[in-house]
Design a protein around this ligand. Structure first.
Ligand code: GDP
Ligand code: MG
Length: 598
């Protein structure tokens, strides 16, 4: 075991600049996997990642590399997500590395998350290697991107690696460069064992798998260990490295990255960011750990079938193991029974949690309309934090409300400035600055209500800039707002889980949109169903779902018996996802449709 032969690094970049593709080339060239088992974006192992073509989880792998000089290295690298919602995944990956490959797409140049990821890496003192990717594309502008790397990132562009991750061009040179430039981990091997828990996951067959980076000492099977934060004690049963899957080694040393199993029954003992040490010879001080995550958006989730609450509880605990940014507490609703109020880092994060609960745990769930956290000041001087419409006090008790604001930074080619300014103004934005990065690109800074960027902002930004503008944001402060609770009535019944908190001026518009959407989601019944939007007792929008005509059913259900059976089966399947509200059947998709108001 020789520390000078170990390199720990992460691959960071704006979304779609080619991180996962580069990880593929690394894995392919290291031959840790046979050609037969090989597939593109191999580290994106979750179904959702493969379908959407995005990385959601940071993924660690260890590969061997023999340099041109014949020296054998052990490379531990982490492929990270690029989307703004998952930057917490990036920040954790960064704390287990000494270096970072910062990819820049040669056809896109420096974008908003290129900058935010660079700052994260700088904060942790990582050695940063700029890498220009996609040089095979005709639209590649290597000189232009080099200029941006110097000018916008302040990194030496002459030394940037030029690669095509897709074609495999320049990868061997990149290997040589990174083993030369990224420092080996500095660690004391004979000190008491000390490691950082940077992630974990639940394996249905093996239980809790802890992902850790060893800073000092060593860990082996049979060792008694102690988690300093949760103050819990376990014995390591199995320990090893990440390959494609887990590879048992029995022992790992300072500077290395790997996993262990320890028969962990109490899932809450495992906290991402915790320090694990030897029980009998503990280290003196814990590692700094991670910053607490601040959720940006809240929503409550409920099982479609109220009997599934226990299953949901177990699933949430297991999901939390693998998603440290998920926060939740118990909640209940009149229409939906027991559930959880959850905090998410953004709407994509919310969607991912929903899909993972459904796919990995086989649950059917509904979400309530997402909301930011408001501060509502009452006439009696009290302040309450309002995260869901149900928390909203009666309007007669409210003095005023405050909402969170963000500072948004948008980087765009100059021709889209006009479109982007109108979009930001529509979203109640206040322009703060406009900085020309070079002749062709500009950075615009806006202060905007967080609630406005949560919904459809990202999609609109992409569409008005033909995909060229990118954006990043930080929470700044709370400001005065005019908040109203919009209720949705179906057949005269207010459905608490369809209510939402809105900026009063936008209430009527939002109400009309939601009502329209619901008419498309709810099937026609034997009777007419009015769908209304209301603030207090004022109805501000109305749509109707017309009653079903008798002959339509007759036609539909007549004829071929096997077709009829299929229809019935389909209906039964659908029933599982239906919620009765009064005498109206509401499909799960109805709850989801109100989340998207474009
Ligand atoms: P990530 O979001 O940074 O992980 O990006 P991916 O690795 O998922 O790549 C995004 C898209 O860019 C995929 O369609 C890749 O096939 C493509 N891509 C990645 N690297 C290259 C490259 O070097 N050349 C070309 N032409 N396409 C690439
Ligand atoms: Mg990726």
């Amino acid at each position: 075991h020789d520390l000078s032969r170990i390199r720990n690094f992460c691959i960071i970049a704006h979304i779609d600049h080619g991180k996962s593709t580069l990880a593929d080339r690394f894995i392919e060239l290291s031959k840790i996997i046979s050609e037969r088992d090989y597939k593109d974006q191999i580290l994106d192992s979750m179904d959702i990642e493969r379908e959407r073509g995005i990385t959601i989880k940071s993924q660690a792998v260890t590969i061997p590399y023999v340099s041109g000089e014949g020296v054998e290295y052990q490379l531990n690298f982490v492929d990270t997500p690029g989307h703004v919602d998952f930057s917490y995944e990036v920040s954790r990956a960064i704390s287990s590395c000494e270096g970072a490959l910062l990819l820049v797409d040669a056809t896109q140049g420096v974008e908003a998350q290129t900058l935010s990821n660079l700052y994260l890496a700088l904060e942790h003192d990582l050695e940063i290697i700029p890498v220009i990717n996609k040089i095979d594309m005709p639209a590649a502008d290597i000189e232009g991107v080099k200029h941006q790397i110097e000018h916008d990132l302040g990194l030496p562009a002459d030394e940037a690696a030029l690669i095509s991750a897709k074609m495999g061009t320049g990868i061997m040179e990149l290997f040589e460069k990174l083993v030369k430039e990224i420092p080996s981990p500095s660690a004391q091997e004979d000190a008491p064992a000390k490691a950082l828990v940077f992630d974990s996951h639940y394996d249905p067959y093996r239980g809790v798998v802890v992902h850790f980076r060893i800073f000092e000492g060593s860990f082996r099977e049979g060792q008694e260990i102690f988690f300093m934060g949760s103050e819990s004690r376990y014995t390591i049963d199995e320990l090893g490295r990440f390959r494609i899957g887990l590879e048992r080694t029995g022992k790992l040393h300072a500077g290395e990255v790997g996993y262990f199993l320890a028969g962990i029954k109490t899932i809450s003992d495992i906290r991402v960011g915790d320090t694990v040490t030897d029980y009998k010879h503990p280290c003196k001080e814990a590692l700094p750990g991670f910053m607490d995550v601040k959720p940006m958006v809240y929503s409550s989730i409920y099982p479609v079938d109220s009997n599934d609450y226990q299953e949901l509880a177990a699933a949430m605990e297991k999901l939390k193991l693998n998603d440290a940014s998920l926060v939740y507490e118990k909640d209940s609703s009149l229409a939906l029974g027991f559930g959880y109020k959850c905090g998410f880092l953004g709407l994509l994060h919310l969607e991912v949690v929903q899909e993972r609960l459904e796919r990995e745990f086989g649950l059917s769930i509904v979400f309530t309309a997402p909301s930011v956290m408001y501060e509502v000041y009452l006439l009696n001087g009290e302040m309450i934090q309002v995260e869901t419409p149900a928390d909203m006090p009666e309007s007669s008790k409210i003095d005023y409300s405050m909402e969170p604001y963000i500072k948004a930074s948008i980087i765009t080619p100059t021709e889209y400035i006009g479109n982007l300014i109108s979009l930001c103004e529509e979203k109640r934005g206040i322009q703060k600055d406009m900085i020309y990065l070079d002749e062709k690109r500009v950075e615009i800074i806006y202060e905007m209500p967080l609630a406005e960027v949560l919904f459809e902002f990202y999609d609109r930004l992409k569409s008005v800039s033909r995909g060229y503008a990118s954006f990043d944001y930080d929470l700044i402060d709370y400001r005065r707002t005019d908040l109203a609770k919009l209720d949705i009535l179906i057949n005269g019944n207010a459905v608490d889980t369809l209510s939402q908190l809105v900026f009063r001026e936008n209430a009527a518009y939002r109400a009309r949109k939601v009502c329209k959407k619901l008419t498309k989601e709810i099937a026609r019944h034997q009777f007419q169903i009015p769908i209304q939007g209301a603030i207090g007792n004022h109805i501000i929008a109305r749509e109707n779902i017309r009653a079903l005509r008798k002959d339509v059913t007759a036609k539909c259900y007549g004829g071929d018996i096997s077709r009829k059976r299929k229809l019935l089966e389909k209906q039964k399947e659908g029933k599982k996802r239906m919620k009765m509200v009064g005498n109206v059947e509401l499909p799960q998709s109805a709850f989801l449709s109100v989340l998207k108001t474009d």
